[in-house]
Ligand binder design. Structure first.
Ligand code: PLP
Ligand code: TYF
Length: 394
């Protein structure tokens, strides 16, 4: 039976990660996979995470099953982190998930249960796993214009024009902040316009929030999501704790569903727990417990916020330095967009051949679409990258 299987195309980002590891060159620079790295190239365990784990180890009395939708304390703490303290409690359904990806998957499944003819709008470009999950599920996928290759900013007019084609029963997948792979984001006035347009079309937003705290700060990065949540009757939010808590392998995420009324909330809550049960039964708890411990303890929370802020501003400093080094070498401001982008990623706008040359001749690894991970740089490698960018003629 299994011999009937068809080969699957590999995840290009993960394949690049393996290629980098196998590269013997000492001077190689990994700007591929979206994992935060400090100036020594390590992805550290955050201080508050370690302390929370020590506390859990000391105080945990059982590892018996939790609840199907995950621990209520986790779901409440995360809902507050994302939406702020003014929660629409009567309209809010929540389930803990297997990472942000699991939340996306359950969110799409939920929408498909409600509408078997579901269509999903994704930005052009978007995170490749969005498209691969939708294709796997056989869900019709439409794209809306997003990245302006000329300005390396958002093609907002194109986005709005395309999203006018959305209709009730469609999902519109939006990146809450730190767009992956481009780094180009909506400003709050643009979020406002998107909210108005979604209200007009009757489509339901699905917000992917995987980098809260990596762009402009914890609250600023949630501002678009909160605006949408306050304006629309129905909103899905798939959030990840992988990056902002640095707990990638613990697989910690959450799906929030804001519903038009409390009766719908009860239906959605039941359906979301049902989907967990059909897929993996109880969600993983260790990462969720770490997050709950940190968010509900003032001292741990302060320490986490401080460290996250160091991570965020460190990436901004690298962006500024890169723009400076490129300005000196190019004699122009044409790379200024790198300082306007937010989060770990920027799309450089290089050709596939230039990306290949950077890898082959310089040992600098970017994703094929010329996405680079700013966190893969440090003060010493920024000038190396800047020189290579000029040398290959980007
Ligand atoms: N969405 C985007 C845009 C991402 O970049 C990621 C990243 O890793 C995720 C969702 C989900 O992350 P995870 O499943 O590791 O929590
Ligand atoms: O875009 C990235 O690099 C991150 C990490 O299948 C990632 O989101 C990449 C590929 C993948 C899962 C996570």
């Amino acid at each position: 039976m299994l011999s009937n299987l068809q080969p699957q195309s590999p995840d290009k980002i993960l394949a690049l990660m393996a290629e980098f590891r196998a590269d013997p060159r000492a001077e190689k620079i990994d700007l591929g996979v979206g994992v935060y790295k400090d100036e020594t190239g390590l992805t550290p365990v955050m201080r508050a995470v370690r302390k929370a784990e020590e506390r859990i180890l000391r105080e945990e009395t059982t590892k018996t099953y939790t609840a199907l939708p995950g621990e209520p304390a986790y779901r409440e703490a995360m809902a507050r982190l994302i939406l702020g303290d003014d929660l629409p409690v009567d309209r809010l359904a929540t389930v803990a998930s297997v990472g942000g990806t699991g939340a996306l998957r359950v969110g799409i499944d939920l929408a498909r249960m409600a509408n078997p003819a579901l269509r999903v709008w994704v930005s052009d470009p978007t995170w490749p796993n969005h498209v691969s999950i939708l294709n796997y599920l056989g869900v019709e996928t439409l794209t809306y214009r997003y990245f302006d290759a000329e300005t390396r900013g958002v093609n907002f007019d194109g986005m709005i024009e395309d999203l006018r084609g959305a209709k009730p029963g469609d999902l519109v997948l939006l990146h809450g902040c730190c767009h992956n792979p481009t780094g180009a984001n909506l400003n709050i006035a643009q979020w406002d316009e998107v909210a108005a347009l979604l209200a007009e079309t009757g489509a339901t937003p699905l917000i992917d929030l995987a980098y809260q705290g990596f762009g402009d700060g914890l609250d600023a990065d949630a501002a678009g999501t909160r605006l949408i949540a306050s304006r629309l009757p129905e909103v899905l939010i798939a959030a990840s704790c992988s990056k902002n808590f640095g707990i990638y392998r613990e697989r910690t995420g959450i799906l929030l569903a804001i519903c038009p009324d409390s009766a719908t909330r009860d239906l959605a809550q039941g359906a979301m727990a049902h989907l967990n049960r059909q897929t993996f039964s109880f969600p993983p708890d260790h990462g969720a417990r770490i997050v709950t411990t940190i968010l509900t303890d003032p001292e741990l929370r302060r320490d986490w916020e401080t460290e996250l802020e160091e991570v965020r501003t460190g990436m901004l400093d690298l962006r500024e330095q890169l723009v400076r080094e490129l300005r000196e070498r190019s004699g122009s401001d044409r790379f200024g967009f790198l300082a306007a982008h937010r989060g770990m990623f920027s799309r450089l706008g290089a050709t596939p051949e230039q990306v290949e040359t950077l890898k082959r001749d310089y040992g600098i690894y970017l994703v094929g679409d010329s996405r680079l991970n700013i966190a893969g740089l440090n003060k010493n490698t920024v000038p190396v990258l800047a020189q290579a960018i000029i040398d290959v003629g980007i």
